[in-house]
Design a binder for this molecule. Sequence first.
Ligand SMILES: [Ca+2]
Length: 327
Amino acid sequence: MSVRSTSIVAILLVLGLVAGCEGATPTPIPSCVSAVPGPDVVTVVPSPAPPTATSTAVPPTATATPIPSGASVTPVPVESITSDMVLVEPGSFQMGSTEGLEDQKPVHTVHITRPFYISKYEVTQEQYRRFCVDTPGAKRPQDLGWGNGPQHSLPVVWYDAVKFCNWLSEQEGLTPCYSGKGRFTECDFSANGYRLPTEAEWEYAARGGHLSQGFEYAGSDDVDRVAWYNGNSAAQIQPVGQKQPNELGLYDMSGNAWEWCGDWYSDTYYASSPASDPRGPLSGTERVRRGGCFMNNADAVRSAFRSSDFADYRFPVAGFRVVRNAS
Ligand SMILES: [Ca+2]
C-alpha cells in the first residue's frame, strides 16, 4: 500500500472514530473506543505516564515532524487533569507588549499574589468525553476534520468549559467555582474547585511564572520548539504534549488550541487594570481566549497576544485548561 493510500485509510479510520461517537447518546468510553478497528485505535489505559518536562520522549527540536491526526500517540490520562497539575508560585511580571497590537498596551506590572495549580496540558477529547458521559445534554464537539482524536484538544464554547470545571470539582468533592447562567455566570474565586485561569494568571503561567526566562513564546524564543502554528502544523490540531514545555513544564501554552480564560475582554483594560490579581472587567460582550492556535501565524502564539469571542460561540479551535487555588 502506498504512503498516500495508507494516509487515506488513516483518515477514514479517524472519521470512523468520530462517526461512532459524535452526536450519539453518550456511551461508556471503552466501548466507544474499542469499536474502532485497526492500528489507529488509541487505548485509554493511562500507561505509560505522559511526558514530563525532563522526558526525552518529547521532541524539542525545531525540525519536529507534525504528527498526523489519528496517529497512535499515548493519550494523556483523564486523571492527569488533576494529578499532573503544576504549581505556579506567586510573583510579578510585565504583562502586555510594546510591539503588539494596541490591546496589549500599555505594558504594566502585575502581581500574582496567590499560588495556583494549572493543568499541564490542554483538556483533551478523551477527558471531555468523560464529562459528556456524566452530563445530560452535553455533546462532544463537532469534528471539523482538523483532528479529533482522544488526545487532541477540542473546540468548546466558554459556557461548556465552565460547566466542565464545575463537573471536575464535583468529581473530587470540591466546591464548584461557577454559579449562575449565561452572561450572568459568576466565579467564586475563594472556592477550592476548578475554574478557568484569569487572563493574568494565564499570561503569567505562559511566561514561565516564577521560573520565567523571558521568552517571547511559552518556553522559547524559537516558536517551532514550543508551538504548533501555521508554520508547522499541516493545518491540523495536534495531540497535546508533543512540543517542548515551558519553564513550568506546561505544554502547548503557545499554539495548538486557543485557550479560554475566565475574564470578560476589553481592548482597553490594561490602561486601568488593578496591579494585583486582575480578573478582567466586571462585564462585557466577549470572553478572553489566549495562546493562538495551529492555524495562526507566529505573532498570535506569543505569550502576550490577546483575543476574544462570544461565550456561546463555538469557535472551532478554542479549547481550555483548568486552574485551582493552591491556598
Ligand atoms: Ca494552546
